[in-house]
Design a protein around this ligand. Structure first.
Ligand code: Q0Z
Length: 309
């Protein structure tokens, strides 16, 4: 599916992300003037700042439907989201991108990523090992890779210019960037969504280690959960079974994301140098299939259903 090059009837291409595309209503379309956008998730996969080829078949559908499932769970708990429609057909979502798209409210996006960490790993672990803190917040001694934190931490970051990495910022810097009142509302909302999602995921045998949310403001100034949520592209999911053993052994948790791809890329088998100038080689078919199965596994465990592919 060449989603990336698709010209979509009724929609005009607006912007490309690494793995997603965004469209605005075309002049004369039924949505014109309605302040909506069409978000399309492609099958592209990125790792180590490169978009890889080939893509992972159905990845965009699996992640979109996972995101929509979460929006539904969270809406039942009073969390408002940006989804307007997933209807497919003339005047709605084009068949070509069915199952991987949503029509969303165009919001005034908050210029910060709302990251919540419930478990210690990744860049948080690196900082903890260096200084006993995570984004400046002091933590108890003796924590390991994968340890559950005493309480979830809100660790905001600012969206970097395209190509740059996001930058962790302190809460006081966030207050300077978006204002004190909005910063508090953002933190409270992100912690609330994380707590709900972490509990839901744990009941399905998945640990939600950390996650990144994006929020926007509607015309009334209400804070709305936007973008894609609680997928392996925006979060770390670990199998709950075996978590404790990995923490005890100090070994990395297996994850439901593109870890297969990262491991292969950095193995001698790929022949690729992460710090060099060359693009990574094409992914072997077995790595593509194993990665696809991980995404499907996460979807099935969480939702108890099959995605529509
Ligand atoms: C999200 C992005 C993507 C490229 C803009 N509800 C919204 N209102 C206004 N803006 C956005 C949203 Cl979700 C918005 N992005 C990130 C998504 C492709 C960039 F699908 N940019």
């Amino acid at each position: 599916m060449s989603v990336e090059t698709a010209s979509l009837e009724g929609w005009q291409h607006l912007a490309s992300g690494k793995v997603r595309e965004i469209y605005t209503p075309a002049p004369g379309s039924s949505w014109e003037g309605q302040d909506v956008l069409l978000m399309v998730a492609t099958d592209r996969i990125s790792a180590y700042d490169h978009v890889l080829s080939p893509g992972i078949p159905d990845k965009g559908k699996i992640l979109t439907q996972m995101s929509l499932w979460w929006f539904e769970q969270l809406a039942a708990a009073g969390i408002n989201n940006h989804v307007v429609s997933t209807e497919v057909g003339p005047g709605a979502i084009p068949e070509a991108v069915a199952g991987r798209s949503m029509i969303v409210r165009k919001l005034k996006m908050v210029e910060a990523e709302a990251i919540v960490r419930g478990y210690l790993t990744g860049s948080g672990l690196a900082e903890y090992r260096a200084s006993g803190t995570v984004t400046g917040i002091a933590l108890p001694e003796g924590l390991s890779d994968g340890s559950r934190l005493p309480e979830p931490l809100f660790t905001p970051s600012t969206k970097a210019e395209q190509g740059d990495h996001d930058e962790n910022i302190s809460f006081s810097r966030l207050e300077e960037v978006i204002g004190g009142e909005l910063a508090q509302r953002l933190r409270d909302a992100a912690l609330k969504v994380y707590a709900l999602a972490e509990e839901t995921a744990r009941a399905a045998g998945i640990i939600l280690a950390d996650t990144k949310f994006e929020f926007g403001l509607d015309e009334h100034g209400a804070l709305i959960l936007a973008d894609e949520v609680l997928t392996p592209d925006s979060s770390r999911f670990w199998p709950a079974a075996g978590w404790e053993q990995h923490v005890q052994a100090g070994t990395a948790q297996p994850s439901f994301d593109k870890q297969f791809v990262r491991n292969w890329l950095t193995s001698s088998e790929s022949g690729w140098e992460r710090d060099g100038d060359l693009a990574p080689p094409a992914l072997p078919a077995d790595i593509v299939q194993a990665t696809r199965e991980r995404y499907l596994d996460a979807f099935r465990r969480l939702t108890g259903t099959e995605p529509a592919l």
